[in-house]
Ligand binder design. Structure first.
Ligand code: ADP
Ligand code: MG
Length: 587
């Protein structure tokens, strides 16, 4: 069919006519049906002379209207269903929105056509037949998972009522839940408080239809004439999804039984009928305005918002929907004007173009699962082609190799040199990240940085510190050594001086020995401590030593010298030694 072929179907609203069988006491008007398939089928209605005179602006005697098809009095419900409803049901099953609405005066057969007659099973109308057809199709189709809901809305006096309100059985229409219209920023219409009842099979759906019709009849009183003044919209909501697919299709089928289209004819001066008559039902007046606006070319504003009914049927008229209208006619002599009005309305509707699009939507959770699967499949495929299992991270070896490549590339002064890491986005990404790091660290540009990442840089710093520590320890050890040697020397000297003193005390000649031995000892001591090569004058040579050579050469340091001076000064025998020195010098 036209629906399943493309994602968008652009076509005019299909308009059919159905003529109700005449009652026993009714007198038929003169009309003829020409169902010639070559030209469009046409319905001709002949106006009797006495009535034609009443139509001031129109002296014609016969009126011809074109329809998709005309169903005459004897046509049965199954034929009507097959021609009108089955193609729309097919579209809805394919994911498009669909609407079938019946328009005509009260008693012309709208309810009979849409819902059906109560007397015979064969009289069941479009709603039960469509439900049967749809559920039968859904059960046979195992390629998709379907979910079905129904809703049943009645609009009376600009108020919406939920006919499937399960909370109570209403005795008055006003007791049912009130439905209101909400419009989202995208100008989509949402019906607040209209319940969507889940119907998993034909029986459940038929029970809901019956519940709705019961509520409708109970609420109906002779005073409010609800059935002729109200609009009823039975909607089948279908959503479908192929197993494993993230795409969900939603579609709606509105089956609409409009209020009676009868008008009150204005009576002109002298009792003449005027062609311009007014709808009893105001919302049908707004419906006609919408239809006129839509039929006009280049009309930008369509007054959908004027009534609840036009708001609800917005998509069905000039929107995203496959729409079909059935003009119901009760061709009784007394109903000729009404029949002509109905046909005229139908002709205007036939000019309206709708653009039905597939209502698809992506389920994000299903999309993620699907994409994860696809990634794994691609990875497997890549592993098969390259012979390597590709993980999300590069190996240490690969990273080092890349660092080398980057280093070579950066050092290469040839302007034509390129950095080629192959068609591997992981490697390309790594190179960019590395370059960025290098740019940031360019101040402390160290070639080592090229081959090490940040954690390795830390290691380098640590190693350097350890190296430094080792040097310092070595230096300290050398100093200790020097100090020990000096202390030993001093001890020796102390002993010698004591011996000398002793000798002095015992024998008066010995001072030259002491002075001589001191300088000798100092000369001997220079080989283990590696110091004082140039001079025998201990203290002055120390002071002359440059700082660097003292620090690194292992020679006696300033510290040692100071320690030595301090030691001499604080020594208990210092005064005695100094005195002896003076004494010896004098001698
Ligand atoms: P409407 O809903 O337009 O006011 P109805 O569907 O209630 O009109 O029809 C009025 C009467 O005519 C009902 O009794 C209905 O059963 C009968 N009727 C309407 N159309 C047909 C038809 N095609 N065949 C037999 N009876 C019909
Ligand atoms: Mg009716």
């Amino acid at each position: 069919s036209a629906c399943s072929a493309a994602a968008m179907v652009k076509e005019t609203i299909r308009v059919y006519a159905r003529v109700k069988p005449l009652g026993r006491r009714q007198q038929a008007a003169i009309y003829s049906v020409d169902n010639d398939e070559k030209t469009l089928p046409s319905l001709e209605i002949v106006m009797p002379h006495e009535l034609a005179d009443g139509f001031i602006n129109n002296k014609r005697e016969s009126y011809k209207f074109k329809f998709q098809k005309i169903f005459d009095q004897e046509e049965k419900q199954d034929v009507v269903f097959d021609s009108i409803a089955k193609p729309v049901a097919e579209c809805v099953l394919a994911g498009y929105n669909g609407t079938i609405f019946a328009y005509g005066q009260t008693g012309s057969g709208k309810t009979f056509t849409i819902t059906g007659g109560a007397e015979r099973y064969s009289d069941r109308g479009i709603i039960p037949r469509t439900l049967s057809y749809v559920f039968n199709k859904l059960q046979k189709d195992s390629s998709k998972v379907y979910t079905t809901h129904v809703s049943y809305l009645e609009i009376y006096n600009e108020c919406g009522y939920d006919l499937l309100d399960p909370r109570h059985e209403a005795s008055r229409l006003e007791d049912l839940t009130k439905v209101t219209i909400m419009e989202d920023p995208d100008q989509n219409i949402h019906l607040k408080n209209l319940s969507l009842q889940k119907a998993s099979n034909e029986e459940e759906a038929l029970n809901l239809l019956f519940l709705g019709d019961t509520n409708r009849m109970i609420a109906e009183t002779p005073m409010n004439q609800a059935s002729s003044r109200s609009h009823c919209i039975f909607t089948i909501h279908i959503s479908s999804k192929e197993p494993g697919s993230a795409t969900i299709r939603h579609s709606k089928l509105h089956l609409v039984d409009l209020a009676g289209s009868e008008r009150v004819a204005k009576t002109g001066v002298g009792g003449h009928l005027l062609t311009e008559a007014k709808y009893i039902n105001l919302s049908l007046h707004y419906l006609e305005q919408v239809i006129i606006a839509l039929a006009e070319k280049n009309r930008s504003h369509i007054p959908y918002r004027n009534s609840m009914m036009t708001s609800v049927l917005r998509d069905s008229l000039g929107g995203n929907c496959m729409t079909t209208m059935i003009a119901t006619l009760s061709i009784d002599k007394r109903n000729i004007e009404e029949s002509i009005s109905t046909c005229r309305f139908a002709q205007r509707v036939a000019l309206i173009k709708n653009e039905a699009v597939l209502n698809e939507e992506i389920d994000p959770r299903l999309m993620i699962v699907q994409l994860q699967k696809e990634i794994q499949e691609l990875k497997d495929e890549l592993a098969l082609v390259t012979g390597k299992q590709r993980t999300s991270e590069l190996s240490q070896e690969e990273l080092l190799h890349l660092d080398e490549l980057i280093e070579t590339f950066l050092e290469d002064n040839d302007p034509d040199s390129t950095l080629d890491v192959g068609a591997d986005t992981r490697k390309i990404k790594y190179c960019f990240i590395r370059m960025k790091q290098l740019m940031k660290h360019s101040n402390m540009a160290d070639k080592k940085l090229l081959s090490q990442n940040i954690s390795e840089e830390n290691n380098i710093n640590k190693e350097a510190a350890e190296e430094e520590l080792k040097k310092m320890k070595e230096l300290l050890r050398q100093r200790d050594n020097e100090i020990n040697i000096l202390v030993n020397m001093l001890k020796k000297e102390k002993k010698k001086s004591q011996d000398a003193l002793f000798q002095l005390n015992s024998a008066s000649d010995g001072s030259t020995v002491l002075e001589h031995s001191l300088s000798l000892n100092l000369e001997e001591s220079q080989s283990p401590s590696c110091c004082l090569k140039e001079t025998k004058d201990f203290s002055s040579s120390i002071n002359r030593l440059p700082f660097l050579s003292r620090q690194t050469g292992g020679k006696m340091s300033l510290g040692c010298q100071e320690a030595f001076e301090l030691f001499k000064r604080d020594h208990a025998d210092n005064i005695t030694i100094e005195d002896n020195k003076q004494l010896l010098k004098q001698r």
